[in-house]
Design a protein around this ligand. Sequence first.
Ligand code: ADP
Ligand code: MG
Length: 465
Amino acid sequence: MRRRLMLAMMGFTVVVLLVQNIPFAFYLTGVERERVVTTLERDAFVLAGRLEDALSKGTAAGDKTAVATVAAYSAASGARVVVVDEEGVAVSTSDADQSRVGASYLSRPEIAAALQGRIVSGERHSNTLGITMLYVAVPVLSGSTTEGAVRLSYPSQEFADAAARQVWGLIAVAGVTVLLAGVVAAVFASGISRRLRLLQAATEQLAAGELATRAEERAGVPEVRSLARTFNSMAERLAALIDLQRAFASDVSHQLRTPLTALRLRLDAARDLVDTDPVGATERLAAADAELDRLGTVIDGLLALSRAEAEPAGVHDVARIAQERVEQWLPLAQEADVAVRYQGPDSAPAVAVETAVEQIIDNYIDNALGVSPPGSTVTVLVEASDRVVVHVLDEGPGLGEAERGRAFERFWRGSPSGGGSGLGLAIVAQLAAASGGTARLEPREGGGLDASAAFLAAPERSGSG
Ligand SMILES: Nc1ncnc2c1ncn2[C@@H]1O[C@H](COP(=O)(O)OP(=O)(O)O)[C@@H](O)[C@H]1O
Ligand SMILES: [Mg+2]
């Protein structure tokens, strides 16, 4: 990871520098050439000015000052100088041997052009010197008459070298930049990969069962910190979930052991009595039967609890289901001399998981009938607005505040006697939560309990279970 990031960073820098510097190098060469031409033109005019007098008098060829001027300039600048008269005949050159003096330069196009009053510059291979020269030719003017011309030439190699030196300077800077980019990338990458290794180690610890493992959230680049935070919240939830599962498993095994012990004691007693006291033995067997029933109830409850969240949510008519459940419970209630009635609209569609509404109402009615004195009434009340709330109201003893707080806990029972499993209200709470709703227990005015569950109202009516 480190090497790859480093190489990528360096490669990227190289590409950026190439894209930037290649045109810049061309530009630099152009600028350098332009500079040389401008300087040569300026010098040529200065020379032309100095030679004007000698040329107009026709004495240039023998003029000592003219020859000295040309020689001095050439020595100082490194340029080759040729001065011609209006006929194109060389009157002075900067060459060491003066053999070219007196020769005609009219055949040179730049000299011919300069004699016609034009300023010419260009590059040409000099057969005389065997190198490429940059030249400038300007006319020597006296008033409006052309008295001659000055040509300066300069080896192209010289300015090409100067430009090359600048380009090499650029390349050196670029090289340093690429190296720096590599170093920065390496430092950056080693920081990231160290953080990632730590995170990986934390993940392995967590996987090995060390649920308290947490990653450092405050170090590293933002992405790594956010990864660490996500890891920690995942670890947190995992630990909470596992705690919950452990608590559930220990609750369950504890709750199953008690009835199993009771069952074994009753069966032992029945076996002891079966010869001597058959009636007593039958009583113990009946008690064992009841214990088995309770065990069955507990196991059913546990199954319902584990299924509660797996069901999909849909639209169910709470009012219709409530009326149906009231019908179902009527015979059992009559036996206990308790009236059950429905109060509310004919229809109240709401969002709930499959069978949640039925199970919640059944558990509430079951509990209410368990505490209802003979002659009292259990009311199933449905209220529909933006939420659909179903209440089961009884006239029993009710529950104190502390007990109402605990009643939704698994296995909590108001009194240990009786056939309940203590799971009914836990199932209610879980089904309501899985449906996106809530379950509550409240004291009822005038005594009794108001057990309710609220669901989100559904916009339109649809088939209910
Ligand atoms: N309507 C009620 N009036 C008084 N107490 C109630 C009522 N409903 C539930 N309870 C109390 O809450 C406890 C837990 O109820 P539940 O979870 O349904 O378990 P179970 O009915 O199996 O005992 C009951 O044992 C009872 O003491
Ligand atoms: Mg119950």
